[in-house]
Each structure stands twice: as C-alpha cells, then as structure tokens.
Design a protein around this ligand. Structure first.
Ligand SMILES: *Cc1c(COP(=O)(O)O)cnc(C)c1O
Length: 398
C-alpha cells in the first residue's frame, strides 16, 4: 500500500531539476530562468516543522518574495514574516489572512506601519525608544515584539549588529512601552543568516527566557511570545548539519520554557534556498591565456548577486555531460570585469546555447538581482504548484 502511494506521488510531481525537464522549460520559457519547485518548498517546510515541533514557522519573504512560494507555505498552514510595504502589498493581493503575518522590520516609517495595520497585521517589532514611541498612536491595534541583539561573528551574515537592542536595555524599553499604553507580546531575535551552529540560538533563547520572566514579574506586558528568528543553514558546496540535528539543542532549550509560551520562528533561506535552480545559457565564448571563457546570460548583477551580497557560492555545472573537462571561466553578461561567476571550474568544452545550472539558488539570488546594463532578470518559472503542474510563469501581482 505504502509503496503504491509513493509511486503515484512520484508521478504526480515532476522533477524540474532533471536535465530533460530543464531543457523543456528553457525551450518553453527562454533563458535565463529561475526554476522554483514548489514540491521542494513543501519538503523543506515539512522538514523544519518536524525539527521544530510546536513552533509556528513564519516564512520571511525577503530571500524569495515570490507568490508561488508564499502561497505554497500558507497552504501548508505556515505563517508569514513581512518587513516592507511591498511585501505587505504582495500578501494583500494574494488574499492571505493578515492574522498569519507579522511585521518584523525594526525601523519603519509611519506609512509602513499604517499600510500593515490597514491590511490587518497586528504584531510588529521594535528595538529602540524612538520606534516604540511610533506605536503610541496605534496602541489600540498594534502589539510589539522587542528585538534583542545577540552578536554572531560566526554567522555568514551577522544580523545583530544592525538591529536589536542590548539585552541590558530591554526592561527599560518594556517600561517605556507600558508607560505609553502599548502591549508588548514578547521578544524576538535573529542570530544571523546561515548560522554555523545552533549555539547562538540556544544562548539567545536562554537569555530571552530570563528577561521575559523578569518582565512578567514586573507586569511590563503580556510576554507570552518568543520569536527565535531565522538563520537555519542549507547546503551549498559544503556539508552542513542535517536540520533535525541542527535543531536538537534548540528543541532542548525550548523544552525548558513555560509551556504556555507561543514560540515562532522566521525561516527564510531554509524554506526556499534548495527549492530553486538558476539556468543560464552560454551567449558566447573566447579562449584567453589558454582557458575558455564562457559568457552567460545571467551573472553577478543577476541571479548570482548572492555571491556578492549573501557571500554564497553556488554549485554550478554544465548540463552537458561527458567528454574531457578543462579548467574554465564562467562570466556574467555585463561589461563589468567584476562580473565573473567562477574560475578554474572543470567543464567540458561548451558552445553558444549550452546550458549552465546553479544549484541551491532560491534564497537571496533573484531577490537581489538588478538589471544592470539592461540585462533582464531571470524569468521565474514555478512548477508543481499542484500535482501534475508542468510549470508556469507566475506574474507578480503588482
Ligand atoms: C532576513 C530575515 C529573516 C530570514 O533569515 P534566514 O537567515 O534567511 O532564515 C528572518 N527574519 C528577519 C527579521 C530577517 O531580516
């Protein structure tokens, strides 16, 4: 019985990372492409959900703000983490229940707050007195999480330098909120993206638990919610701990908290990173100083922008297999010399039109791409939105 249902599931969803499917999608939708596999988004969500049972997963839209990913997560019962008015507009136009969203940008304009409130978002983040004061006018509708900073020099992207208050200043901030009549629901933190290990999460949970208990004793707010942020790592070239194992110490730390606390997390990269590949085509080639240079229609100003902004190095390969391999250079299309994706990459000899595939390119890639030199961003194709779906361009709703 089990075998049969697995077989039918395999037939219901195509594998868009299969070379024949990649060629078919490029033939249909052109190049460059970013192919999002919604089935892989589901698998990532389920894996993280199993690794963090009882934790409400709010997908942070920032790494891949695409309707197909957002809808897939919401259909699984997931929640959303918005940070900007643009992201708020996207979920509004998808008709998503605002009760499933929190707004987590620690620094907002009044118009951003009003836009989110207008949609129906209730929970916001603040990390300093000025920002708390902005909510005095909205104290009837809005509630706050106070963001705490835990420096994380080990993370690839340390998010606690730019945002978050010192744990020592927390109670004063909560006292200010109480004085202004603003409800504080709890605390939040983000230890940094692509965390090297779970020790920062664990330390942050323990410190937050201590401060939340103190704040409750002083009756500074409700303090029934702890937001443990994002940062869950994925594999690029190098192995990382499996998510069950990565989260084991986090689960242990959470199990010591009062049972009535609501725990939420803000995963971004983990949910969408492995779920997409970048496909580009060789536009032309040249032999320079004995090595082949291949010029692609996507590069560092496009989907590979994460190599600069996110410090990621995507595993890239040629779709063409076999034959002798030579150390080669993959360059992006723009006229800028920094626009080189990889050097000394062993590749078979390629020609114009051959396809290059970058793996694990869902997070912080297309989202930070530009159209420098007027090379258009990759077309986003989503597949497996529903069983049997063979791919479509899902337009952004604005
Ligand atoms: C970027 C961001 C996230 C997502 O982080 P990942 O490391 O991609 O999981 C979550 N929350 C906030 C506030 C962010 O800025």
């Amino acid at each position: 019985m089990a075998t049969r249902s697995r077989k039918s599931a395999a037939k219901a969803y195509i594998d868009p990372f299969d070379p024949a499917e990649i060629r078919r999608l490029v033939a249909e939708f052109g190049s460059p492409l970013l192919i999002i596999d919604c089935q892989r988004v589901r698998e990532q969500y389920r894996k993280l959900h199993r690794a963090l049972p009882g934790v409400d997963l709010h997908y942070a839209l920032k790494p891949l703000p695409h309707p197909s990913v957002v809808e897939t997560i919401v259909e699984l019962g997931g929640w959303l983490d918005l940070a900007t008015t643009g992201e708020t507009q996207l979920v509004t136009q998808l008709g998503i229940d605002p009760a499933r969203c929190i707004h987590t940008h620690p620094i907002k304009r009044d118009i951003d707050i009003r836009n989110a409130l207008h949609l129906g978002v209730k929970i916001f983040v603040a990390d300093n007195p000025d920002e708390v004061r902005k909510f005095e006018a909205y104290r009837e509708q809005a509630e706050l999480l106070l963001r705490v900073s835990f420096r994380s020099p080990g993370a690839v992207v340390d998010l606690s330098r730019k945002f978050g208050c010192d744990p020592e200043d927390l109670l004063d901030l909560a006292r200010l909120a109480r004085k202004l009549g603003i409800t504080v629901r709890g605390l939040s933190f983000h230890v940094g993206s692509q965390a090297a290990d779970p020790s920062k999460h664990v330390e942050a949970i323990q410190v937050c638990a201590k401060h939340m208990a103190a704040a409750r004793r002083e009756k500074l707010g409700v303090f029934d919610t702890l937001d443990i942020g994002g940062g869950y790592p994925i594999e690029y070239g190098q192995k990382v701990a499996d998510i069950q194992r990565f989260c084991a110490p986090i689960r242990a730390a959470l199990s010591k908290l009062p049972a009535r606390l609501r725990i939420i997390a803000e995963p971004g990269r983990y949910l969408c990173g492995p779920a997409a590949i970048g496909v580009s085509s060789v536009m032309g080639r040249a032999k320079r100083e004995g090595h082949w240079w291949y010029y692609l229609d996507d590069g560092l100003y496009g989907s590979y922008s994460g190599q600069l902004f996110d410090h990621a190095k995507y595993p890239v390969e040629s779709l063409k297999e076999g034959g002798e391999k030579f150390p080669s250079v993959l360059a992006g299309p723009t006229c800028d010399s920094i626009d080189v994706i990889a050097e000394n990459l062993m590749l078979p000899q390629l020609k114009a039109g051959d396809l290059i595939v970058g793996r694990a390119m869902g997070a912080y890639t297309w989202a930070s791409a530009s159209e420098f030199n007027f090379f258009p961003k990759a077309t986003v194709v989503s597949v497996n939105r529903r069983p049997g779906d063979r791919g479509s361009v899902v337009p952004l709703p604005f």
